[in-house]
Structures are given as structure tokens and as C-alpha cells.
Design a protein around this ligand. Structure first.
Ligand code: G3I
Length: 305
């Protein structure tokens, strides 16, 4: 096929992008979005600070602009994210203990209930593991409510929307030999053993020279899939340009295609100028919306490789 979404669909997968609500009035942006992608993640609009700016007062306006646009165009939606140490509203940042635990679970329940039936996969918990060599949890106000906060969030999400796939999502978990990857792996293994409702693991896949695409990427994805969960590449971007960048993108897509439980790939923005990175050219379209070499290599991998 001739677009990312249609080509991925022929392989039984989706191809998505992060979308910002304030760009839905940009016709170049929307043209590429509508043509190329069949899955959408809100880049910021479904985070805790956006949806619950005051405690128990929810504002779904910007999130709904994205969800409605996607659904009207026949695209699926990935929910990002129900519980996270970052982008918490001020009232939540100042909470702790059982009050914070209750507020977090209330947020999970209310938001997952509001969107019940409309979300393909939820990032239930985002970035809960520490960087570095410990392989343990990241310290945060949520972690200090008790080590079981993650499974509590997953149980609340399952009760609120039994039809959505429930994912754990993190970055720097791509290299199988990294302690963080191993820590997440052990948590998922433990959840599956004890029947905690988890369906998928998201690999953010923000790559650059300090964090290159690992040669063992396929191994990482396959090992997680072997635990009995789906795997998804959720926030892909790769610093660089030209044929080097194109080859790296192709390698990531091929790694997903090689794992039957890898459901799809989402890139973290459309044009280079839409990227969260302050500088650089990490995406598939240039600032004018032209297809880059990386686009062509991804399309070719989806169709041939
Ligand atoms: O909307 C305000 C604007 O009104 C204000 O003038 C401006 C001044 O700084 O800030 C704007 O908000 C910014 C927002 O992006 C929208 O552009 C925030 O400051 C900025 O912090 C926020 O950054 C987002 C970042 O998450 C925050 O953690 C990025 O857009 C978003 O791409 C990024 O996404 C994360 C994923 O959620 C999780 N994984 C890593 C990924 C990349 O960091």
C-alpha cells in the first residue's frame, strides 16, 4: 500500500502518531494525519494536569477534539496516560499517602470510564522505573504511597474499561541488557503470575546518539511478548538525518514486524517541526510536510521487509 497506516494494516498492525490539539487547524498537518496514520495518541491533552486541573473537576475539551477527530476519520486512539509522576496538576503534586492514592485511583476510574469503549490501549502507568543500574522503581509521590500503586492503577482501569488493552509504558527499556529493561520485565512477569490485569508493554523508543537503537531490539520485544503481553512501540523518534536515520527507522519497524505480538508503531509527532525536541530532525516528515528518506524506508519495510 502507499500510506503508513494502510501498509501496516496489511501486516495486521497499526501506524500511529502523537497529535496536538492546537495543530488541528493546520491544514498541512491535518492532511498528513488523515492520509498516513490510523492510530492517534494525544501528545499532552490526556495527561493528568490537562484532564483534572482542579481536584475532581475534569476538563475533556482538548482531549475530545483529538479523540473526536480520530474517530470521525476512522482512526483508533491510544490513551496517554492515567498515572504518572510528571505533568501532575499542582493540587496532586502537593499530595501524599492515602489521600494521593485515592486521588490517583479516582482519576484513573473517572477518565477510563469517560472514555470507555473508545480507547484501543491505555498507558495506565508511565515511566515508573528509575534510570541507571538499580533496576528499581523511580522515587515519586506515587511510589511513596506504596509499591503496589501500579497494580492498584491497573485494577482500577480494568474495572472502568474492560475492553481497553492496559499497558505499562516507559523509555530506555529498548536494550535487553539494561537494568531498567530487566526491572520492567520482572514486574510484568510478576503481574502475569499473580493475575494483575496487564495486556501490553509500550516501548517509547526515543533514540539518539546516547541511546541508539539497540542491536538486540528484536530480542527485547520478543522476550516481553513471551510473557503473554502485547508489545507496542509508542513514541518513536530518532535523532539524525539522511540514510543513517532511515536505516535506523527501518530496523525498528522490522523488529516490530518480526514479533507477532507487536501490534503497531506510533511516532511522536508528524513533521520535524512538531517534535518535542527543541532542535533536530527526528521524525518522518520535514518542516514543510515533505516525506523524508526515513518515511520511505519505513514504508518499504512495512510493504516488503
Ligand atoms: O501549552 C503551554 C504554553 O501555553 C506555554 O506558553 C508553553 C511555555 O513553556 O508551554 C506549553 O506547554 C508545554 C507543552 O509541552 C505543550 O507544548 C509544556 O511546557 C511542555 O512541558 C510540554 O512538553 C511535553 C512533555 O511531554 C512534558 O513532559 C511535550 O510536548 C511532549 O511531547 C512530551 O511527551 C513525553 C511523553 O508524554 C512521555 N514520554 C516522553 C515524551 C517526550 O518528553
Amino acid at each position: 500500500a502507499t500510506t503508513l497506516g494502510a501498509s501496516a494494516a496489511e501486516r495486521g498492525r497499526y501506524f500511529g502518531t502523537a497529535v496536538a490539539a492546537n495543530k488541528l487547524s493546520d491544514s498541512t498537518y491535518v492532511g498528513i494525519l488523515n492520509r498516513e496514520f490510523d492510530m492517534v495518541t494525544a501528545e499532552n491533552e490526556m495527561k493528568i494536569d490537562a484532564l483534572e486541573p482542579q481536584q475532581n473537576q475534569f476538563n475533556y475539551a482538548n482531549a475530545d477534539r483529538i479523540v473526536n477527530h480520530a474517530r470521525n476519520q476512522g482512526k483508533k486512539v491510544r490513551g496517554h496516560t492515567l498515572a504518572w509522576h510528571s505533568q501532575q496538576p499542582g493540587w496532586m503534586q502537593n499530595m501524599s499517602g492515602s489521600a494521593l492514592r485515592s486521588a490517583m485511583l479516582n482519576h484513573v476510574t473517572k477518565v477510563a470510564t469517560y472514555y470507555r469503549g473508545k480507547i484501543h490501549s491505555w498507558d495506565v502507568v508511565n515511566e515508573a522505573f528509575a534510570d541507571g543500574s538499580s533496576g528499581g522503581r523511580r522515587d515519586s509521590n506515587l511510589q511513596r504511597t506504596g509499591n503496589d500503586w501500579i497494580e492498584a492503577a491497573f485494577r482500577a482501569a480494568r474495572a472502568a474499561d474492560p475492553g481497553a488493552k492496559l499497558c505499562y509504558n516507559d523509555y530506555n527499556t529498548d536494550n535487553w541488557s539494561h537494568a531498567k529493561t530487566q526491572g520492567v520485565y520482572r514486574m510484568v512477569q510478576d503481574f502475569k503470575t499473580r493475575g494483575v490485569p496487564i495486556d501490553c508493554v509500550g516501548f517509547q523508543a526515543h533514540f539518539n546518539s546516547g541511546n541508539p537503537v539497540p542491536s538486540n531490539y528484536h530480542t527485547t520485544l520478543q522476550n516481553f511478548a513471551n510473557l503473554g503481553v502485547d508489545v507496542q512501540i509508542t513514541e518513536l523518534d530518532i535523532e539524525g538525518s539522511g540514510s543513517t536515520q532511515a536505516q535506523q527507522y527501518q530496523g525498528v519497524v522490522q523488529a516490530c514486524l518480526a514479533v507477532s505480538r507487536c501490534n503497531g508503531v506510533t511516532v511522536w509527532g508528524i513533521r520535524d517541526s512538531d517534535s518535542w525536541r527543541a532542535s533536530g530532525t527526528p521524525l518522518l516528515f520535514d518542516g514543510s510536510g515533505n516525506k523524508k528518506a526515513a518515511y520511505n524506508s519505513v514504508l518499504s519495510a512495512l510493504n516488503n521487509g
